[in-house]
Design a protein. Structure first.
Length: 473
């Protein structure tokens, strides 16, 4: 059995302003009809794999659950990392979870934020790798390079292990990101692949190597997973925060793959891209005759080789070339394609200035739906709220703010203290400071409303929850 393990951590800061700390790139629809996580999951169709195990940050849990629910792949299959500890601990948690009931599946380890244009070639590479993984080898997938890329690590292949044109080799060595002359040399030899960060191996075999090379990581993960139990109300598997926080931060390459004598590499030529920058996204998207890749309401004139993505507002680009222009509800990025790596400087500035734009979008997703901050001032907020059918707020109160709810469409069931009543389109209600209250959508269609918050303090830490359907405190 193949058990896909999808690593959905990370913040994706190089794709700001679309990618934010609480809504990173793996959850965005950047290439294709679905989010990158959903594309990764649906790419497994036809491979004969079981339901995937997704590993994500605790803060992203409801976002992951909703995206899996949308594609009917939600089945108590989300492991929550209370803190980020890199890929070696994450894969160790997945392997320990996989063998919990005595099984020993093949773990197909994938990142949630990669593009693969040719799923059939990807499936074939996995099939080529299976016999070797079943023999106890630790397989990594090496991307056939298309140029002297300096942004990736490389894998040098050694002796060939297959004579059937399957491109399976022993790993000679892993090498760090090279400079351009070195990358050109690698390309000329034909012996090097890009390091994709994708793997296939037996769960128990991987744990054996962890016990040999990084027993400290293995022991920390064993302790963290001792009381592993699915959340009975949700689709999450929680580990002990204190134990996992003590785990060393280490990549699987450093922890195991560079040390084991059983590493092999299977060549993968499937239109792979890790979408590490806006320029990479321009590379993989369809372009018009002027070389422009555009998404949204865009007008161009005498513009060439640009990537333009806009959310709602019209963007007009005239007489420009080689630009990235990204427009979201609360930020605009304009940058030359040759300097896209410097997007991180914007994020560094926003973090140091403690501005919300590095962490949050104006529109955020909640377990009950989504919230769009239309007006944001120190004394009042106006939010446009969408509550999905069956969704509900926690039973809560506030010490410093009052709220008005105005129903735009749908039906709301409202609780204020001991009173319970329904509201429909064009009706409204007032929640005074200190009142216990809850909003629910009992209907079959989304509930839309305006929420006007007013008071001396409007931050989320003034939410005092008494009961919560989603396990939040």
């Amino acid at each position: 059995m193949i058990l896909p393990v999808i690593m959905a951590g990370g913040t994706g800061s190089r794709l700001w302003p679309m990618s934010r700390e609480l809504y990173p790139k793996q959850f965005l629809r950047l290439h294709g009809e679905q989010s990158m996580l959903q594309e990764t999951v649906t790419r497994l169709n036809g491979l004969g794999a079981s339901e995937p195990l997704v590993i994500c940050n605790e803060e992203h849990r409801f976002l992951v659950a909703e995206q899996l629910r949308q594609i009917n792949r939600l089945s108590k299959n989300i492991i929550l990392e209370p803190v980020g500890r890199n890929t070696a601990p994450a894969i160790t948690l997945a392997a320990l979870s996989a063998i919990d009931e005595g099984s020993d599946p093949l773990l197909l380890v994938l990142a949630a934020d990669h593009v693969i244009e040719n799923p059939e070639a990807f499936h074939q590479a996995v099939q080529n790798a299976i016999p070797f993984a079943e023999q106890g080898k630790l397989v990594t997938f090496g991307i056939v390079p298309t140029g002297p890329e300096t942004g990736y690590g490389y894998i040098q292949r050694g002796m060939e292990l297959s004579s059937n044109a399957e491109s399976v080799f022993r790993v000679q060595r892993f090498v760090e990101k090279p400079n351009l002359p070195t990358a050109l040399q690698y390309l000329e030899t034909g012996e090097y692949y890009w390091n994709s960060g994708m793997f296939l191996f037996r769960a128990k075999r991987f744990l054996e190597e962890m016990a040999t090379f990084r027993p400290d990581i293995l022991q920390a993960c064993l302790k963290a997973i001792e009381t592993l139990e699915p959340d009975q109300q949700q689709n999450f598997i929680r580990v002990d925060k204190e134990s996992f926080s003590a785990c060393p931060d280490e990549s699987v390459d450093y922890a195991v793959m560079e040390k084991t004598t059983d590493a092999i590499v299977v060549a993968l030529d499937a239109g792979w891209n890790d979408i590490g920058s806006w320029a990479a996204l321009w590379d993989v998207n369809n372009k018009n005759t002027a070389g422009n890749a555009v998404t949204g309401d865009v007008f161009t004139h005498n513009a060439e080789n640009c990537y333009i993505n806009t959310d709602e507002k019209l963007v007009a680009a005239i007489g420009v070339e080689n630009l990235v222009i990204v427009n979201t509800k609360d930020a605009v990025l304009v940058i030359d394609k040759s300097q896209v790596q410097d997007v991180k400087k914007v994020v560094e500035y926003l973090k140091s200035a403690q501005r919300r734009e590095y962490r949050l979008h104006r529109e955020s997703y909640r377990p009950w739906g989504r919230n769009d901050i239309v007006v944001n001032t120190p004394r009042y907020h106006v939010n446009r709220i969408t509550v999905k059918p069956g969704g509900q707020f926690s039973l809560q109160m506030h010490h410093h703010r009052a709220e008005h709810w105005v129903i735009l469409s749908g039906t709301a069931r409202v609780t204020i203290n001991d009173e319970n009543f329904l509201l429909t389109e064009n009706q409204s209600t007032f929640i005074p400071i200190g009142a216990q209250h809850r909003l629910e959508n009992p209907g079959k269609i989304p509930l839309e409303l305006l929420e006007i918050q007013s008071g001396s303090y409007l931050e989320d830490d003034d939410i005092v929850r008494t009961q919560d359907h989603y396990g939040r405190c």
